[in-house]
Design a protein around this ligand. Structure first.
Ligand SMILES: Cc1cc2nc3c(=O)[nH]c(=O)nc-3n(C[C@H](O)[C@H](O)[C@H](O)COP(=O)(O)OP(=O)(O)OC[C@H]3O[C@@H](n4cnc5c(N)ncnc54)[C@H](O)[C@@H]3O)c2cc1C
Length: 489
């Protein structure tokens, strides 16, 4: 089944969301709340987009009905291309923003389903394998919006959570009951938590983690004891799309997710008590890392197209596009854009054909996503450098154009060679919402940190990702060394 935007809004109004706290209050009317109404409308648009773009709806042979392309399990290179093209369509609509859109976790659920037998069944037994299959079937038939959280609160990163003063700051199993397990603790960051109908909890544990933390599950967000504390909304109430063209469309809300003694039924658990399984899950059999990084590259590629357009439009509007130093910066953005397009095509071409899924190439997908942890903030820097100080003196708001006396001055002094005053102000408001507003800076943090810290991720390229290729590359050096003559004795 594929829902419409109105189905999603109706579902939220019927109470299919968690207990949400905002600025000291428990939120009653979520749908019209100033901090959540923008992302809720955008998620509704996501569902409606499926009814405007035929390629986003596919007949899904795994469940015998039409579903969103985001539930499509690719079985060949052509299938993966079809999935990528569908996701690009979604992220072109978002201009590369709104990365925690429903499709993101639909992809995860589909990947788990593809590995239900060869991973979940083998590692955890038949019951968990059935859970994985049933959750996929439920997700495809209900088309609910999932959020997720994987990281423990930042209490003390120098010690494992089991050694913290309270071992239940990180989510852990308190006790087992015949119905399921009781969990307690919190997770950050949970983007979209306040307006999601379902959640995946999947901590980024290590193999030596205390087993009480090794649990992955999916539950409705309105399960008793599930709570979200939301951060401040970044779209200022007193302004409109004119002043904040990005915040007003693509602001995502972030939150802390709290489990206050929550019962997780046995049939909602897909990973339990075996922290040593994490490497196979993340790196080998399921390779969740490959999939989410591949999805990130799609988001990044779509955003880079928008960034390139913004940089060129701005440079051309104020007549700086012929300066060599500006052209160099425009070229740098286009270079990152092309590399990302190449990475997506390459990841498909050099993908892996597994028994139940065709997977993008892990080296290319992870490398491109990690590279973008630096490339995207660098593009923000370039977008600040190209216009120089002219990004600053922009009139406060649309009302400046409604005052006839002021309008005359604006029309003369805010116009540029290529644009009327009004169009120039619109363009520079867009620029500021990208590089300077609270939403803009939040996205910069997201680009740097949403897959973990860039230093650790870059170091991991050596210590983990390319580990098996290491000898192959070192051999190239050895071959030359072996050909070099030794001194005569
Ligand atoms: C806007 C945004 C939205 C997000 N949305 C979600 C979401 O919806 N769901 C979700 O699950 N996650 C989400 N994340 C990701 C997540 O919550 C964390 O931000 C991410 O995993 C990074 O972890 P951390 O913040 O705990 O930082 P850490 O990885 O702990 O790093 C913090 C600092 O400590 C240093 N450090 C940490 N460990 C080490 C070490 N071993 N050695 C040396 N230095 C170290 C780092 O270099 C860094 O400077 C989001 C992130 C952002 C920024």
């Amino acid at each position: 089944m594929i829902r419409k935007g109105s189905d999603y809004i109706k579902s939220l109004k019927e109470g299919n969301h968690g207990e949400v706290y905002y600025n000291g209050e428990k939120v009653e009317d979520l749908v019209d709340h100033p901090a959540f109404k923008v992302p809720i409308r955008t998620v509704a648009n996501y569902y409606d987009l499926h009814w405007k773009e035929d390629t986003l709806r596919v007949y899904n042979t795994d469940v015998g009905q039409e579903t969103s392309i985001s539930f499509f399990r690719p079985k060949s290179k052509e299938d993966l291309r079809k999935l990528r093209e569908g996701l690009v369509k979604i992220y072109d609509y978002y201009h590369g923003y709104f990365g925690r859109s429903p499709d993101y976790l639909n992809l995860w659920t589909t990947v788990f389903y593809a590995h239900s037998e060869d991973y979940f069944g083998k590692a955890f037994g038949n019951k968990i394998m059935e859970n994985v299959i049933n959750i996929y079937k439920e997700s495809t038939s209900k088309d609910h919006f999932y959020t997720h959280a994987i990281v423990a609160p930042m209490y003390d990163r120098s010690r494992p959570p089991s050694q913290w003063e309270d071992p239940y700051i990180q989510v852990g199993v308190v006790k087992e009951t015949p119905e399921g397990v009781i969990v307690k603790g919190a997770a950050m960051i949970c983007t979209a938590g306040p307006y999601a109908e379902m959640l995946w909890y999947m901590p980024n544990i290590r193999r030596d983690t205390d087993p009480r933390y090794a649990i992955y599950f999916s539950i409705p967000t309105n399960t008793k004891g599930v709570k979200f504390i939301a951060r401040r909304g970044f779209y200022p109430k007193e302004y409109s799309e004119f002043e904040y063209p990005i915040s007003s469309k693509f602001e995502e809300s972030d939150s802390i997710l709290i489990f206050d003694d929550v019962l997780i039924p046995w049939d909602r658990i897909i990973f339990y008590k075996k922290p040593e399984e994490i490497e196979d899950f993340m790196w080998h059999k399921v390779q969740l890392r490959t999939w989410f990084n591949w999805h990130f590259v799609i988001q990044h590629y779509c955003r880079m197209k928008f960034y390139a357009g913004l940089a060129m439009a701005m440079a051309e509007a104020v007549g700086i596009n012929n300066f060599i130093n500006v052209q160099e910066k425009l070229g740098e953005i286009l270079l990152y854009l092309s590399m990302n397009e190449g990475a997506l095509i390459g990841a498909e071409e050099a993908g892996e054909s597994l028994p139940n899924i065709y997977r993008p190439n892990p080296f290319i997908s992870i490398a491109a996503s990690n590279f973008n942890m630096h490339a995207l903030p660098r593009i923000h820097e370039l977008l600040r450098l190209i216009p120089g100080g002219s990004s600053i003196p922009i009139p406060a708001g649309i009302k400046d154009f409604e005052n006839p006396e002021e309008r005359k001055m604006l029309d003369k002094y805010m116009a540029s060679k290529g644009l009327s005053a009004l169009d120039r102000v619109k363009l520079f408001n867009l620029l500021w919402d990208v590089i300077g507003s609270e939403s803009g800076i939040r996205y910069e943090q997201y680009d740097r940190f949403s897959r973990g810290d860039p230093t650790l991720r870059w170091a991991q390229m050596y210590s983990e990702v390319f580990k098996e290729k290491k000898e192959q590359y070192i051999k190239l050096v050895k071959d030359i060394l072996d050909q070099m003559p030794d001194p005569r004795k």
